[in-house]
Design a protein around this ligand. Structure first.
Ligand SMILES: NC(=O)c1ccc[n+]([C@@H]2O[C@H](COP(=O)([O-])OP(=O)(O)OC[C@H]3O[C@@H](n4cnc5c(N)ncnc54)[C@H](O)[C@@H]3O)[C@@H](O)[C@H]2O)c1
Length: 382
């Protein structure tokens, strides 16, 4: 298949490009290095330096003989995206090209506006480019489990049938975001649902939980192919922060009570999920929503697992509660379902101590590059 990947320089974008190219698909990636720029501006650069997209594509071609097309431009530029879709004729388009940090989106008005404009415009341009030049193309869009919030009822996969005054109908599952970033993802979903209902777009919207991991079959071929690893409070995830704190002998900083529960997924499973979605498209004109995570953990449980992984490597780690910079429930019910990707053939990798210890070993190799001033919360929700 011809697969166009938007956001191809990202943590998920580049590993996805290599994975799909290695599986025999013709892959083209687009990026404008927005994340690299914002990380530089907020002093949140990745721990392990990564070459630019052209250099990574060249390394991958040299090692595997597989070519990957690269374009550097902003997908909020509708004309350039449309021209590429018209020329490349994708069978599937994987849309990762968004500003993905919740704390960044809560820094101030400029950051909020950038997040909203970038994410909505990129999704809007994807819808129009596909409708106009490749109407049979399957759009695979990355959403987030954060769109649902933490409701007191079970979280279903995207839709909910509601009974009201003796009648019933099916709607998008009610959503309640906890940051402006997550709100932009809700708006994306609504846009795609609109264009699917009215104009017949074929869409898979993947509600993904936080992803962890540095190891994939292709990324392990060469240090230059490693996924981006951010560990700061703005672009880093909690697992990465805890690993870096373990490496530096700093107590793991749990926000508030630590009962915040989310669905997590290993990067190898993310790649498999994208492949499963791409190779098993929905019916033409259908929009389906899958929940994309494999295990549920509270923050305290994550801290325990990281501590156990650190112990395997002979490190001593403490856990400490710090005031929560976010506005969120710190103890809540969280029952979320994610059966569809398992039915398609996903075989989950678990968050074992060994998996986390493998990541920690990579962190320890780059310990001299860690800037500990970036780990404590710099952005507050209030
Ligand atoms: N990583 C996770 O844990 C996670 C969890 C849930 C959802 N997601 C979603 O998955 C997607 C990818 O996440 P990621 O972690 O790889 O983020 P990332 O920031 O590493 O990758 C996104 C890439 O898109 C690029 N980009 C952004 N706006 C662009 C534009 N207008 N034009 C061209 N390129 C643009 C960025 O430069 C970046 O390289 C995001 O949409 C994110 O919301 C990620």
């Amino acid at each position: 298949m011809n697969v166009l990947i938007l956001g191809g320089d990202g943590y998920l974008g580049w590993p996805t490009a290599m994975h799909l190219a290695a599986a025999g698909h013709r892959v083209h990636v687009v990026d404008n290095y927005l994340r690299r720029r914002l990380a530089l501006e907020t002093r949140s650069e990745a721990l392990i330096p990564t070459p630019d997209l052209n250099d990574r594509a060249e390394t991958f071609r040299r090692l595997t003989g597989t070519a990957t097309g690269v374009s550097i431009f902003d997908v909020t530029d509708a004309a350039r995206l449309s021209a590429l879709v018209e020329r490349f004729k994708p069978d599937a388009l994987v849309h990762y090209a968004e500003q993905p940090s919740a704390p960044y989106s809560m820094m101030g008005q400029d950051e909020a506006r950038l997040t909203l404009e970038n994410n909505i415009r990129s999704t809007f341009n994807v819808a129009w480019a596909v409708m106009t030049h490749a109407p049979a193309c399957h759009i695979v869009k990355l959403g987030t489990m954060g769109e649902y919030g933490t409701p007191d009822i079970d979280i279903e996969e995207g839709f909910l049938t509601v009974e009201h005054k003796g009648r019933s109908d099916t709607f998008l599952y009610p959503r309640a975001a906890g940051s402006l970033y997550h709100t932009s993802k809700i708006m994306d979903t609504d846009l795609l649902w609109f264009y699917s209902r009215l104009y017949g777009l074929t869409v898979t919207d993947l509600m993904q939980g936080p992803v962890y991991g540095l190891s994939t079959i292709q990324a392990d071929l060469d240090p230059a192919l490693v996924p981006n690893f951010h560990y700061d409070d703005i672009f880093g995830t909690v697992i990465n922060r805890f690993l870096v704190q373990s490496a530096c002998g700093i107590p793991l900083t749990v926000y508030g009570k630590g009962g915040q529960t989310r669905g997590y997924i290993n990067i190898r499973d993310t790649l498999r999920c994208i492949e499963l979605a791409v190779t098993n498209p929905p019916a033409r004109g259908e929009m389906r929503i899958f929940n994309q995570f494999t295990e549920l953990f509270s923050i305290l449980e994550i801290a325990d697992r990281v501590r156990a992984a650190a112990t395997l490597l002979g490190l001593t780690v403490e856990v400490q509660s710090v005031p929560n910079p976010r506005k969120e429930k710190e103890r809540h019910r969280y029952v979320a379902h994610a059966d569809s990707l398992l039915k398609l053939g996903l075989e989950p990798h678990r968050m074992t101590e060994e998996a986390l210890a493998g990541m920690l070993e990579r962190v320890l190799q780059h310990r001299h590059l860690i800037d500990t001033r970036r780990i404590m919360p710099r952005v507050r929700w209030s």
